[in-house]
Design a protein around this ligand. Structure first.
Ligand code: PLP
Length: 386
């Protein structure tokens, strides 16, 4: 069966150029980059080339890029690494809609005695930049805010937030896992301290990511071992993964406004088509400030997991904004924080496109999804008249 893959915020297909670069690397640059001999130095060269490619994507200097095992590790390192260099400060500011990599780290920090302020979002999933300013105090060690939300695609005003944090002398960590390779990012243009990306969300391999560490920002290592990655992240480098990330970054640099507009156009066509054909559907999240590849649609009274499984049986890959926990379906923390009407939040489904999504995929999705969901909706018991 041919799949229509609309789950690119979960992971993306590795680009053929990425796969080829990784193959070449495994064949030719398999040495240990820390070895002084020629075999090791070939691997070192491959890693440094990738560092330059990632730095170019972000507008950073190569020395400001640290490779990690992905977004989760980098988010953990960002928070803990910043806190460890400021032992007298015990307060962290973040939002209610961050990825678990940040939220679960914050929950653990609370158990360790830190105080965390979770900023609210409005009904459209937006934060008020002023709420960041209001939350900052003398005890605040860091602010952690994502660039765009993984479930709704809603973009946060990180430039404004960075300016505020900078004025107050508080470091800002930005989780840009869902925007790198989708939106242009230029860290030279605004005072962010740390920014995290992950290769597999931008047509690179899984298990590798990178963190931009602005020159002068102090970050304490959290993994002890060798002196790799400027002593910030020990461990023999994942050379093929890093090479894959570099190749993915280079491809992302070549993405034009026209490419981005094409993806957003397909997303819009999918969204308007589904809304027109499915009267019990509506969009969750601010439609004007979103990554161009994402739409989160709530299907009234349907359970998101039932939608995902029904579509999956027919070869359509999407994901649920709800997780099944202890037998009961709970809307995701993001939709809950947005106070979405439960009738729609339980049926919150994320559709996310990529540069490989075609017109034919959207035609097919629009032909196949509405009848399936109408059938599913028709199966639900109707409320009995009193
Ligand atoms: N941050 C965000 C916003 C994400 O969407 C994800 C993955 O879904 C992560 C962090 C974690 O990245 P990784 O899968 O590389 O650990």
């Amino acid at each position: 069966m041919d799949h229509i893959y609309l789950d690119n915020n979960a992971t993306t297909r590795p680009a053929p150029e990425v796969v080829a670069a990784m193959h070449r690397c495994l064949d030719a640059s398999w040495g240990n980059p820390s070895s002084a001999h020629a075999v090791g130095q070939a691997a070192r060269h491959a890693v440094e080339n990738a560092r330059t490619q990632v730095a170019s994507l972000l507008g950073a200097r190569p020395r400001e890029i640290i490779f990690t095992s992905g977004g989760t590790e980098a988010d953990n390192l960002a928070l803990r690494g910043l806190l460890a260099t400021q032992p007298n400060k015990r307060h962290v500011v973040t939002t209610r809609v961050e990825h678990e990599a940040v939220l679960h780290t914050c929950a653990q920090l609370e158990r360790e005695g830190y105080c965390v302020t979770y900023l609210d979002v409005d009904h459209e999933g937006r934060i008020q930049p002023d709420s960041v300013d209001a939350a900052l105090g003398n005890d605040t060690a860091l602010v952690s805010v994502m660039h765009a939300n993984n479930e709704t695609g809603v973009i946060f005003p990180i430039e404004q937030i960075a300016a505020m944090c900078d004025r107050r002398g508080v470091p800002l960590h930005v989780d840009a896992v869902q925007t790198a390779g989708k939106l242009p990012i230029n860290v030279a243009g605004f005072p962010v301290s740390l920014l995290v990306i992950s290769a597999h969300k931008m047509h690179g391999p899984k298990g590798v990511g990178a963190m931009y560490v602005r020159r002068g920002v102090r970050l304490a290592r959290q993994v002890f071992g060798g002196h790799q990655e400027r002593d910030i992240r020990s461990g023999t480098e994942n050379v093929p993964g890093i090479v894959g990330l570099g190749a993915a970054a280079e491809l992302a640099c070549q993405l034009t406004d026209a490419d981005r507009a094409r993806i957003a156009g397909l997303r819009d066509r999918l969204e308007t088509g589904l809304l027109a054909k499915i009267p019990f559907a509506r969009v969750n999240g601010d439609r004007s400030q979103r990554t161009g590849n994402t739409t989160n649609i709530g299907f009234e009274t349907l359970e998101a997991e039932a939608v995902v499984l029904t579509l999956s049986e027919k070869g359509i890959c999407v994901s649920a904004g709800a997780a099944c926990s202890s037998g009961s379906l709970e809307p995701s923390h993001v939709l809950k924080a947005m106070k979405i009407d439960p009738a729609y939040a339980h049926g919150g489904v994320r559709f996310s496109l990529s540069r490989y999504t075609t017109d034919a995929d959207i035609d097919d999705a629009l032909a196949r999804i509405p009848p399936l969901l109408h059938r599913l909706h028709g199966l639900l018991p109707r409320a009995q008249p009193a």
